[in-house]
Design a protein around this ligand. Structure first.
Ligand code: NAD
Length: 421
């Protein structure tokens, strides 16, 4: 199985991160493979009737990384470049993130290799329902719980919840999180990842004694995570000077009207035709802009050996999963001018509120958005505090500190359970 994963640069990168931290933690060699390598991986073909009548065969994946402390948990991604190895890497990062934040989950991730932007709503619905049907033997509210990720949203979760519920014969809202509130979703889940990013950025600016008001923010990716992070920071008085989507971005040193961009993106789907809001720039140029906070919120492996030395930010807030390659990270860790909020901490708000949603569904007892946000901030504050303390105590780079906390708790849980049989 590992050979199939290894073809993905993202998986190799997750393994390199793990190995470095396992050395620091001095984990026994015999235990390492057990805590590193994903436990289960499923590949399915998804025959889908397209609008023109032909049947398209999509490939779908689900990887469940570790099963030691609770069900597995993780998003479902629709993107043309999804591979088994990428999904495995994302599942590993989910494990370490859940563990860092004290959530009773192992990590998982799913994906379908498709281009959702080229598909009609009907095609997406049929593909989603068939993927869910193929996954039924391997998922369940106490086995594996999915959520939205790149290219998926509340509507996709609603179709999944309906498909699973029709199979069981009664409504099972707790089979997915990130679904609409009308179906048992949690208040504040849709905004949770971006809200968490904005909270951690503000706390970091405070720690660095930099004012958040007027700070210059650059955001790559203007989907769920990027747009909400930009909106929250704009609300707190920051100046969002550049944003982008897959078609490229805009730069305006006076600050962009984030709410108008959100309205535009909701109706036009992308920025391709938009004019008059600032200078048109490429995604590569955006990453190199002078700013206080750079927030990559799109795909992994955007910050590489080629552009890392050209970054001109004070804070790098990794809202996306794995946006910085291992090679770029080797250079970043030597550069004290850039403070890193590592991905498994930075974007943890999403899974934290997914956990709240799951708990609310299991109890059929729902919280207000104010309660959700309050609990979210408390949990993020604890995680941030732990990472900062650990980093200070051991003189460790922020990424290593976050990973060490996450990985050590999993290793400890596995050790306590022992090896069956
Ligand atoms: P999304 O599909 O809502 O938005 C993705 C955005 O990135 C879109 O604006 C898209 O146009 C843009 N994009 C795609 N390819 C790009 C490219 N090559 N260059 C620049 N922009 C590009 O996805 P999302 O849910 O906002 O997820 C974004 C990232 O955050 C992903 O890495 C995801 O794994 C991570 N994440 C998401 C959640 C969540 O709750 N949705 C939670 C944790 C982490």
């Amino acid at each position: 199985m590992i050979d199939a994963f290894m073809q993905s640069p993202a998986f190799a990168m997750a393994c390199q991160q793990y190995d470095r931290v396992a050395d620091f933690l001095n984990l026994p060699q015999g235990e390492r493979a057990r805590t590193k390598v994903p436990r289960r991986a499923f590949i399915v073909t998804i025959p889908t009737r397209m609008d023109d009548g032909h049947t398209e065969m999509f490939t779908g994946y689900r990887v469940q990384h570790h099963l030691s402390v609770g069900p597995t948990k993780g998003g479902l991604r629709y993107h043309p470049e999804v591979t088994l190895g990428e999904v495995a890497a994302l599942a590993m990062w989910m494990s370490w993130k859940c563990s860092l934040c004290g959530l009773p989950y192992g990590g998982a991730k799913g994906g379908v290799t498709c281009d959702p932007r080229q598909m009609s709503s009907g095609e997406l619905e049929r593909m989603t329902r068939r993927y869910t049907q193929e996954m039924i033997p391997f998922i369940g509210p106490h086995i594996d719980v999915m959520a939205p990720d790149l290219g998926t949203n509340e509507q996709v979760m609603a179709w999944m919840m309906d498909t699973y519920s029709m199979h069981v014969g009664n409504p099972v809202p707790q089979i997915v999180t990130g679904k609409p509130v009308a179906l048992g979703g949690s208040a504040g889940r849709r905004e949770a990842t971006g809200r968490g990013v904005a909270y951690l950025v503000n706390r970091t600016l405070e720690n660095l004694k930099m004012p958040s008001e007027g700070s210059r923010i650059v955001v790559q990716g203007f989907g769920n995570v990027g747009s909400v992070a930009a909106q929250q920071l704009h609300r707190f008085g920051a100046k969002v000077v550049a944003v982008s989507d897959y078609t490229g971005g805009f730069y305006n040193p006076q600050g962009l009207d984030v709410n108008a961009l959100i309205d535009y993106a909701a109706t036009h789907k992308h920025f391709g035709e938009l004019k008059g809001v600032g200078d048109r720039i490429t995604n590569e140029q955006l990453l190199e802009l002078e700013c206080d906070v750079l927030i990559p919120a799109a795909l992994e492996r955007q910050i590489t050996e080629k552009n890392i030395r050209k970054l001109k930010c004070r804070v790098l807030a990794e809202a996306a999963n794995g946006p910085t390659t291992y090679e770029a990270d080797e250079i970043l860790r030597q550069n004290p001018a850039i403070f890193l909020i590592p991905d498994i901490l930075c974007n943890a708000g999403g899974v934290i509120v997914s956990y709240f949603e799951w708990v609310q569904d299991l109890q059929s007892f729902f919280w207000t958005e104010a309660e959700v946000n309050d609990k979210l901030y408390r949990q993020l504050e604890t995680a941030l505090h732990q990472v900062l303390q650990f980093s200070k105590k051991h003189n460790l780079y922020m990424r290593d500190a976050a990973l060490a906390l996450g990985i050590s708790k999993i290793a400890h849980a596995k050790q306590l359970r022992g090896l069956f049989p």
